[in-house]
Ligand binder design. Structure first.
Ligand SMILES: C[S@@+](CC[C@H](N)C(=O)[O-])C[C@H]1O[C@@H](n2cnc3c(N)ncnc32)[C@H](O)[C@@H]1O
Length: 208
């Protein structure tokens, strides 16, 4: 593992340093199959506004764009966006990518937020702000859908990223503003090593 100087994952510099060093052990290298399965059964109309926060390489942004959604794929780290520009066709990158801080950018409400390895990238002290921000960014009845890193007994003290959480901790965060409508274990073969056996596909509907 390379030597890094930054230790605080709430800072862009933390992520810039790791993308620049090509150290991205969270990167699946592809669109998680669970996203395609959800879109096949989800009630998301073409043109629906979908946010991909902390997009990293942004494979899903191209997939969602090709499916006809109005995608905004954001990342706080310039090096992450450079990686995404290398992954996405130039026209798609120009359409969907934006450098922005999830907690501070201005936008019209979204119909859905797609989550993968963003919540677990945030230090636990920021989890309540994540939940509040998701609720704020979604339309009434909007969807927070994606892959969550759930561990029944996360190692203490919590170390990360990725920071695992228990299902009870996720419930405490999201249940006040969201109803959980799907919760499925991801088969180990569909997860990369760092998440294997502890990744769940979940859909949370905003209570508006
Ligand atoms: C662990 S990576 C996950 C990337 C991608 N979602 C994936 O599944 O490969 C977390 C990403 O969140 C980004 N990030 C961290 N804090 C952010 C913030 N406040 N706003 C936007 N992006 C942020 C990082 O730059 C990094 O690209």
């Amino acid at each position: 593992m390379p030597e890094f100087t930054t230790r605080d994952p709430s800072q862009a510099a933390f992520w810039d340093e790791r993308f620049a060093a090509n150290f991205t052990p969270w990167d699946q290298g592809a669109v998680p199959p669970a996203l395609g399965r959800w879109l096949a059964r989800a009630a998301l109309a073409p043109g629906a506004r979908v946010l991909v926060p902390g997009c990293g390489s942004a494979y899903e942004a191209a997939f969602l764009d090709a499916a006809g959604f109005a995608v905004l794929s954001i990342d706080i780290a310039e090096a992450a966006l450079a990686r995404a520009r290398a992954v996405l066709p130039a026209d798609v990158a120009g359409r969907v990518l934006r450098k922005a801080d999830f907690f501070a950018f201005a936008a019209e409400p979204f119909d859905a937020i797609y989550e993968r390895a963003f919540l677990c990238a945030l230090p636990p002290r920021l989890w309540p702000a994540y939940a509040a921000r998701c609720a704020e960014l979604l339309e009434p009845d909007g969807w927070l859908a994606g892959l969550f890193f759930i561990d029944p007994a996360p190692p203490e003290p919590r170390r990360g990223p990725p920071f695992a959480m228990t299902r009870a901790e996720l419930d405490a965060l999201l249940a006040p503003a969201f109803e959980c409508t799907e919760d499925q274990v991801i088969a180990s073969g569909e997860s990369i090593e760092v998440f294997a056996g502890r990744e769940r596909w979940m859909v949370w509907r905003s209570r508006g």
